[in-house]
Design a protein around this ligand. Structure first.
Ligand code: MLT
Length: 406
C-alpha cells in the first residue's frame, strides 16, 4: 500500500483542534476560575424561534406520507435557491439563475473542495494570515509541494498586515487561483468596493480564479464594503463565491451553505472552453449527498422577512460584543483591527510576545482562550484573534480580565 505522503506530512492537528487540546490540558490543572472561550468562531446563541419552528415542522413532515422527502437534489431545493436569489442577491442588484447556486453543508467544505476544479499543478496564492482550510486542502493533495520554513514550496503568500492596510500586493506572476475572504477571517477587516475592483481587474487580466469566501457578509456595517464579489463588474468572469448560514443564522450545528459559480466562468482545456459550473455540478453529483430537507427549510426560513429580522438580531448582538472587545482593548493601549464588519477582532500582542506566548499567557493569567495569529500564517505572528461569539456578559468579563492581566 502506498499512502498520501502529503497528508502524512501535515501538522499533527488542525489549528482549532490543537487549541482545543491545549485548553483541555489546562483544564486538567484545575484553573482558578471559569475559562472564557473567544477562540474558535463557533456561534453561541440559539436558532431563532422562526427558524427553529420551520426546522421542526419540516422534520415532522418527513414523518408523513405526503411530506416525506428522499434524496435531496444535488444542487439544493428550488425553494431555497429562489430564497437566496431573492433575498441575498436581488437587493444588491445581482441577478443569478438557480443553476448558478450549489447548496452544501458548509463553506469550510466548499472552500476545501473547490480546489478539485483546478489542475494538479495549478499555482495557488493565499493571503497571509489565512483561514487554514484553503492551504491545508491544497497541501493535502500535493499541489503545494514540500514544506518550507513557514510555508510551502509552491504556495504564493500575499501578506496582509496593518502596514499595508490589509490589502495584498497583487503579484505580476499571477497564480491560477487566489483565495480571498472578506470580511476576513482572521483579521476581521474587509475589502472596499474600490479594493475589490482592483483585485477583480487583476484577476481578469491574468486569467486567475478568485475563490471568494463570503461567510461573514452578514456582519458588514460600512457602506463602502460590498456584500458580494458579484457586485463588482467583471467578477462573473473570474470568481466563485462561498457563503454560509453558520455565522448569521447560527447554523454551525445545523450545517447549510452555498457556493455561486457563474455560467460565464470558464477556462480553456485541450483547445475547448470548459465551464467551471459544469465541472462543479459533475463533481457534486458524484461526491455530494446534498443537504437534508429540514435543514434547507430552516435555511429558507432564515431568509424570509421574519427570519431576516430575527437573524439580524443575532448578528447585531455579536457585533455589539465585537465593539466591546475593540473599544475595551484599544482604551487599554492594545492596537486592534477588524470587529466593525466582522465578528473577529485582530490585535497586536502586547509586550512583544509571540502569538503562541500570548495564547499561553492569556490562558494562564486571564483564563481567556483566543487564537494565535501565527496559526493563520507567518504574517500573523505577533497578532492574536478574539471572537465576538460569546454572551455580552462573558465578553465584557473577558475584556476586563485581559486589561487587568496585561
Ligand atoms: C474559525 O474559528 O475560524 C471558524 O470557526 C472556522 C470555521 O468556521 O470553520
Amino acid at each position: 500500500m502506498r499512502i498520501n505522503r502529503y497528508l502524512a506530512g501535515m501538522n499533527k492537528a488542525y489549528l482549532f483542534a490543537e487549541i482545543a487540546n491545549k485548553v483541555a490540558d489546562y483544564v486538567k490543572e484545575q484553573p482558578p476560575r471559569e475559562i472564557i472561550r473567544l477562540g474558535i468562531g463557533d456561534v453561541t446563541r440559539p436558532l431563532t424561534p422562526h427558524v427553529a419552528q420551520a426546522f421542526a415542522d419540516s422534520a415532522l413532515k418527513m414523518g408523513t406520507p405526503e411530506g416525506f422527502h428522499g434524496y435531496p437534489p444535488y444542487e439544493g431545493y428550488d425553494f431555497l435557491l429562489d430564497a437566496i436569489i431573492k433575498n441575498e442577491y436581488a437587493p444588491l442588484g445581482v441577478t443569478l439563475g438557480r443553476d448558478e447556486i450549489f447548496v452544501s453543508d458548509g463553506a469550510k467544505s466548499d472552500t476545501g473542495n473547490i480546489q478539485e476544479l483546478l489542475s494538479a499543478d495549478a499555482k495557488i496564492a493565499v493571503t497571509d494570515p489565512v483561514y487554514p482550510v484553503y492551504v491545508d486542502s491544497n497541501a493535502m493533495v500535493g499541489r503545494l509541494g514540500g514544506k518550507t520554513e513557514g510555508g510551502y514550496e509552491r504556495l504564493t503568500t500575499l501578506p496582509c498586515t496593518a502596514e499595508n492596510g490589509f490589502m495584498p500586493a497583487l503579484p505580476e506572476n499571477a497564480p491560477d487561483a487566489v483565495y480571498l475572504c472578506s470580511p476576513n477571517n482572521p483579521t476581521g477587516t474587509a475589502f472596499t468596493y474600490a479594493q475589490l475592483k482592483t483585485i477583480v481587474d487583476w484577476a481578469k487580466a491574468h486569467g486567475t480564479l478568485i475563490i471568494y469566501d463570503s461567510a461573514y457578509k452578514a456582519y458588514i456595517t460600512e457602506k463602502d464594503v460590498p456584500h458580494s464579489i458579484f457586485e463588482i463588474e467583471g467578477a462573473r468572469d473570474c470568481a466563485v463565491e462561498c457563503c454560509s448560514f453558520s455565522k448569521n443564522a447560527g447554523f454551525t450545528g445545523v450545517r447549510c451553505a452555498y457556493t455561486v459559480i457563474p455560467r460565464e466562468l470558464s477556462a480553456e482545456l485541450d483547445g475547448r472552453l470548459v465551464r467551471l459550473n459544469d465541472l462543479w455540478r459533475r463533481r457534486s453529483e458524484s461526491r455530494s449527498n446534498g443537504v437534508s430537507f429540514p435543514v434547507q427549510c430552516a435555511a429558507a426560513a432564515s431568509l424570509d422577512e421574519i427570519g431576516r429580522r430575527e437573524t439580524q438580531g443575532l448578528v447585531n448582538g455579536y457585533l455589539a460584543n465585537a465593539r466591546v472587545i475593540r473599544e475595551g482593548l484599544t482604551k487599554a493601549g492594545i492596537a486592534c483591527y477588524g470587529g466593525v464588519n466582522s465578528p473577529y477582532v485582530w490585535l497586536k500582542t502586547p509586550g512583544k510576545l509571540s502569538s503562541w506566548e500570548f495564547f499561553d499567557a492569556l490562558l494562564r493569567r486571564a483564563q481567556v482562550v483566543g487564537t494565535p495569529g501565527a496559526g493563520f500564517g507567518a504574517a500573523g505572528e505577533g497578532y492574536f484573534r478574539l471572537t465576538a461569539f460569546n454572551s455580552p456578559e462573558k465578553t465584557a468579563e473577558a475584556v476586563e480580565r485581559i486589561v487587568k492581566a496585561f
